[in-house]
Design a binder for this molecule. Structure first.
Ligand code: ZN
Ligand code: ZN
Ligand code: ZN
Length: 366
């Protein structure tokens, strides 16, 4: 399968034989927030079967009639198609990293679906690519983007989730790509950021001169730091050193290319690259700064200023305590998954999860 970015005019059909029953609230008017629940069925060609005669309802529309399920079958389905393309990673999410704003989804100013940016600033921004993607692929955001009713998007997406899990690629089929990456879990992290292993392979091909393994931040930068990555493609192509190639993509925005998420978090909080480097070298992440703010009941900004003075051990016992805790449970994935949104329950799990593991967590699976 070939992942492609951008919108498809006609999305591919669902897996052969797909027939998912789901419940939907059939609202009584465009403004109503309640309605009777009834069953609907989504078929492999994206047709939705409902208890209504939708053709007749369409005609009735001209005479002032209203049938909520007309929108379910039209705008609702369009949103579900977009979600399907994003969940199967056939389309790359429209998220982007900027040193000023951090990780942002599309429509950061127009989207009113989540009023809670991480640091109280205006506009949507997130600590990690995974968080930004979780927002970008949420039913609320997709409904806002697609002018669909959120309860339609939610019902269809929830119905499709098990189908998406069934078609997720297995990691064992992509070992050759995993072998080109430095971190053992890089393929999984990149999947969680919205990149299909096939897409990752294409991105790695942009640096044919590099002899060693590239870090996950290389494909990540290429995909999501487009302003910097595009003009630098030729320069990147000539590089032999993996770290230098990666640094070029981030153009100094990722002071520690081996830890792009943590670097991005700090940069998102306004630190200079050098300050980021110092913080990461000292084992202090933005997550930890957050925890310190909670412990001290101080604004995050004040804590960041405090941390920039790099207090020696003993001066700030709360910090010593948090650092000790962080050292005890240091885990690459942990810092990338903490989220203002619940990513675990909404995302298609992937890659190194065996089928049993997936089934175990899903009461509906067989
Ligand atoms: Zn209905
Ligand atoms: Zn949104
Ligand atoms: Zn089932």
């Amino acid at each position: 399968m070939t992942p492609e970015s951008g919108l498809h005019d006609s999305p591919p059909p669902l897996p052969r034989g797909t027939r998912v029953d789901f419940e939907v609230e059939c609202r009584t008017s465009p403004d109503s927030t309640t309605g009777e629940r009834h069953t609907a069925t989504l078929l492999e060609d994206w047709t939705v079967l409902t208890p209504h005669d939708l053709e007749a309802e369409r005609v009735g529309l001209a005479f002032g009639g209203f049938c909520d399920c007309l929108a379910l079958a039209q705008s609702g389905v369009r949103v579900a198609q977009r979600w399907w393309q994003l969940s199967t990673r056939h389309e790359v999410p429209e998220i982007a990293f900027s040193p000023v704003h951090g990780w942002q989804p599309s429509m950061t100013t127009a989207c009113a679906c989540t009023p809670a940016p991480v640091d109280g600033s205006p506009g949507l921004r997130f600590r990690t690519a995974i968080d930004a993607r979780a927002h970008e692929t949420s039913s609320l955001h997709l409904a806002a983007r697609g002018n669909a009713r959120p309860h339609h998007a939610r019902a269809l997406i929830n119905a499709l989730r098990p189908v998406a899990i069934d078609v997720a690629p297995a990691r064992r089929d992509w070992e050759p790509v995993a072998d080109r990456l430095r971190e053992p879990d890089a393929l999984k992290v990149l999947w969680n950021c919205g990149l299909h292993p096939a897409r990752v392979a294409e991105l790695l091909d942009v640096a044919p001169g590099v002899t060693g393994r590239l870090p996950a931040s290389f494909p990540l930068g290429l995909a999501f730091v487009p302003d910097r990555a595009m003009p630098r493609r030729h320069e990147v192509a000539r590089q032999r050193d993996a770290d230098l190639a990666t640094w070029l993509l981030w153009d100094g925005t990722a002071p520690d290319p081996s830890r792009p998420f943590e670097s991005g978090e700090w940069l998102g909080l306004g630190l200079t690259p050098r300050q980021c480097q110092e913080m990461l070298a000292a084992g202090i992440t933005a997550t930890l700064a957050d925890e310190l703010a909670a412990t001290l009941r101080q604004p995050l900004e004040d804590c960041v200023r405090l941390l920039l003075q790099r207090p020696p051990p003993g001066v700030l016992p709360e910090l010593d305590h948090l650092l000790a805790g962080a050292r005890a449970k240091r885990d690459f994935s942990r810092s990338t998954v903490s989220a203002p949104l619940d990513t675990r329950s909404t995302d298609t799990p992937l890659l190194d999860a065996s089928h049993q593991e997936i089934s175990h967590g899903d009461p509906h699976a067989h």
